[in-house]
Design a protein around this ligand. Structure first.
Ligand SMILES: [Zn+2]
Length: 65
């Protein structure tokens, strides 16, 4: 374990330090919205492309529903 202080996380979109946790893991609603749009527009599977299973790289917001 390293002594990395993760008290202030960084935005998953722009990489800026978050000033609030209201939009975790993003710094603002704008970045959260951007990520959502990426999901909606780039979340589809391209026909012909092999889909890898077990990616496990999805965001976990803790909310399901
Ligand atoms: Zn951001």
């Amino acid at each position: 374990m390293s002594g990395t202080s993760d008290k202030v996380g960084r935005c998953a979109i722009c990489g800026k330090p978050r000033e609030t946790d209201a939009y975790r893991p993003f710094c603002s609603r704008r970045c959260a919205d951007l990520d959502l749009q990426r999901w909606l527009t780039g979340g589809y599977v391209v026909p012909g492309e092999p889909v890898e299973d077990g990616e496990g790289g999805r965001f976990d917001t803790g909310e399901d529903g």
